[in-house]
Design a protein around this ligand. Structure first.
Ligand SMILES: [Zn+2]
Length: 263
């Protein structure tokens, strides 16, 4: 999973990552920037170090490895240099699935991460590009994280995963990102006054704050994958759209890639 900042994959697909890791699959989060800009008092190397340490702790709590690329936060461009970094990461991991943001988003780093991963979606199989890292024999499936943006087209939940049983663990992993969950995001969102001081109360508050409402489209997708009865019980879900540029898994292949759907 590839996000722009050291907490993006966590928010968007942390529950799915926990479920896959529990089943014995290897999951990696990659942050394309080092998070050295998004804070009201800290910055630069000091902030990047803190963000890296938080990402490592979150990775442990999710059960994934967490890589942070050393590109500046807030300055990401869809350059050839960063495209090559991403191609290398996908190849080294020999990924079956790559998940990234859609290229429509409020944050330029998210947008360009979407573009960069799309730009890698064919190139990972081209031997002459980044030739020091062997090209993949088969193109992975590329998916998009869920978002709420409507233009030019709304997110389409092709796959949706019931994360109800691991939601508490997801929140506990998000809690590792102290500088974001309890400092930066409340400050930029103007809700610092809501923040409980006590650590246990803080995590409870985070669970409410980070719960994502299941949209009608995601509910319909849950019915498809889990059946109507089970879909009604789902309280927390994560959804993904299949990008048109990589491997195009059919329903059977989706169940193989996400074995929690086959049960
Ligand atoms: Zn972000």
């Amino acid at each position: 999973m590839i996000g722009a900042h050291p907490d993006d994959c966590d928010h968007k697909a942390g529950g799915t990552a926990i479920l896959l890791a529990k089943m014995g699959y290897a999951v990696k989060f990659v942050s394309v920037t080092n998070g050295d800009a998004g804070h009201q008092t800290m910055k630069g190397t000091e902030l990047a170090k803190r963000r890296f340490a938080e990402a490592q702790e979150a990775g442990k709590r999710f059960g994934v490895t967490y890589d942070v690329l050393d590109n500046h936060d807030g300055q990401l461009m869809p350059s050839l240099e960063v495209r090559f970094q991403i191609i290398k990461k996908i190849r080294e991991w020999n990924a079956d699935i790559v998940i990234a943001p859609r290229p429509n988003d409020y944050h330029p780093d998210h947008r360009y991460t979407g573009v960069l991963v799309q730009d890698a979606a064919y190139m990972v199989a081209v031997p002459d590009v980044v030739s020091e890292t062997p090209a993949l024999k088969k193109n992975p499936a590329f998916l998009y994280f869920q978002d709420g943006f409507q233009r030019p087209n709304p997110f389409r939940p092709d796959i949706s995963i019931d994360i109800t049983n691991v939601f508490a663990q997801k929140v506990h992993a998000l809690d590792a990102h102290e500088s974001q969950m309890y400092e930066w995001l409340p400050w930029i969102g103007h809700y610092t006054e809501q923040l409980p001081q006590n650590k246990i109360e803080r995590e409870k508050w985070l669970a409410q704050k980070r719960a994502v409402t299941i949209t009608p489209a995601v509910r319909t997708a849950l019915e498809k994958w889990y059946g109507k009865d089970k879909a009604l019980q789902v309280q927390h879900a994560e959804a993904f759209e299949i990008c048109e540029y990589g491997a195009q898994p059919n329903d059977e292949e989706v169940k193989r890639l996400f074995p929690m759907l086959g049960k």
